[in-house]
Design a protein around this ligand. Structure first.
Ligand code: WQD
Length: 337
């Protein structure tokens, strides 16, 4: 039985990756402090997977706790999800982000080194590219973070690179997510933002279900086909399968890599609104508002390296993303309660 530790495994990406790992024959163990996730997800995961969920409650920065888990389960690799990820909040509270995201990474790697577990998959983000000079974006593009949140991802990637350079016994897979959206096809787990959603898809879903009056579209004067922002939305189930492919490669080939996890296709805000209205059968009223500070016009991946190295590619469409997101939202109007 190959145990994999998922830090932040009760969160949106972590919980979907948990299911993909079980499906692939791994035995995942969830570590979460529930600061940005809900314990109710554990029962949902057991219901879907049909097996008890191995989990521990605690902070990824608790070296003794993490080392104990790594040794108890003889963990083969760690997938590190545990981090704060709200761009706007990071601008308002940079020290909270540096402490949680960077110190957490440092303590995790120290615990891994002490336990002799030196296989790491890191949840990074396309935000490390900042505002790219062109699209599609390849992994060779310069790193230009544009927020404290983005800075933490760049620094964590640097920490990994330094460890790989210092100790050849380490192997790591860095995964740069584009825009994860959607939900598990069962509708039992999904994106569960606390408070007012920052991201587009959960906000649109809450408008469709009637929790919000209308969507504010932050700018329609961008240099894009319809003037609204263009992003590479990727179904969270595709993203989860990308993590399985990354672990398979890391454990089999014993080589490190950094790859984009995206579809290679951009969709505008207005396209997402239309697709969600079609999938839900509900109107999605919106108002055009001024641009959101820090937003960029276009961001979508060249995903060819992930296909070449991991044998992985995204397959689900925007219609699938909206249909699955709607099934989760309509079955759980208030999220996990
Ligand atoms: C998408 C588009 C907005 C909300 C961020 C992080 C990134 C990753 C994903 C963590 C943009 C528009 C949005 C709304 C809108 N997070 N929009 N009204 O900003 O591309 O990426 O989340 O890893 O790191 O930077 O995602 O969903 O916020 O915005 O018009 O109420 O939707 O302007 O064009 P973003 P988003």
């Amino acid at each position: 039985m190959t145990h994999i530790l998922l830090t932040g495994g009760a969160g949106y990406i972590g919980s979907h990756t948990y299911l993909a790992l079980v499906q692939a024959g791994y035995r995942p163990v969830i570590l979460d402090d529930y600061s940005n996730s809900h314990p109710a997800v554990l029962a949902r995961l057991q219901q879907i997977s049909g097996q008890p969920v191995l989990h521990a409650r605690g902070d990824v920065a608790d070296v003794a706790l993490v080392r104990g888990l790594l040794e108890q389960y003889q963990v083969a690799a760690v997938v590190h999800f545990a981090a704060f990820k709200a761009v706007g909040e990071s601008v308002e509270q940079p020290l909270k982000y540096f402490d949680n995201n960077i110190t957490g990474m440092l303590r995790l790697m120290q615990a891994m080194e002490q336990a002799g577990c030196r296989r790491l998959v890191f949840s990074s983000s396309a935000t490390v590219y900042g505002d790219p000079d062109s699209v599609p974006i390849t992994e060779a593009f310069p790193l230009r973070h544009s927020s404290p949140y983005g800075c933490t991802k760049v620094v964590c990637e640097e920490m990994i690179a330094s460890m790989l350079g210092a100790n050849p016994a380490w192997r790591a897979g860095v995964l740069r997510y584009f825009n994860p959206v959607g939900a598990h096809a069962s509708g039992l787990i999904g994106e569960n933002p606390q408070g007012v959603p920052n991201n587009l898809m959960p906000y649109v879903a809450q408008v469709a279900i009637g929790r919000r009056q209308h969507l504010n579209i932050w700018g329609d004067d961008y240099p894009t086909p319809d003037g609204t922002g263009l992003r590479d939305y990727i179904h969270v189930a595709d993203l989860a399968e990308g993590h399985v492919a990354a672990l398979d490669t890391l454990l089999r080939d014993q080589r490190s890599f950094t790859v984009n996890l995206g579809t290679g296709r951009g969709h505008s805000v207005l396209e997402v609104v239309a697709a969600f209205a079609a999938a839900s059968g509900r109107p999605v009223p919106y108002q055009i508002c001024p641009r959101r500070p820090g937003d960029i016009a276009q961001c979508y991946a060249d995903p060819s390296l992930a296909r070449e190295l991991l044998g992985w590619r995204a397959s689900r469409t925007l219609a699938d993303m909206c249909a699955d997101s709607w099934r989760w939202q309509s079955a759980n109007p208030e999220g996990y309660v």
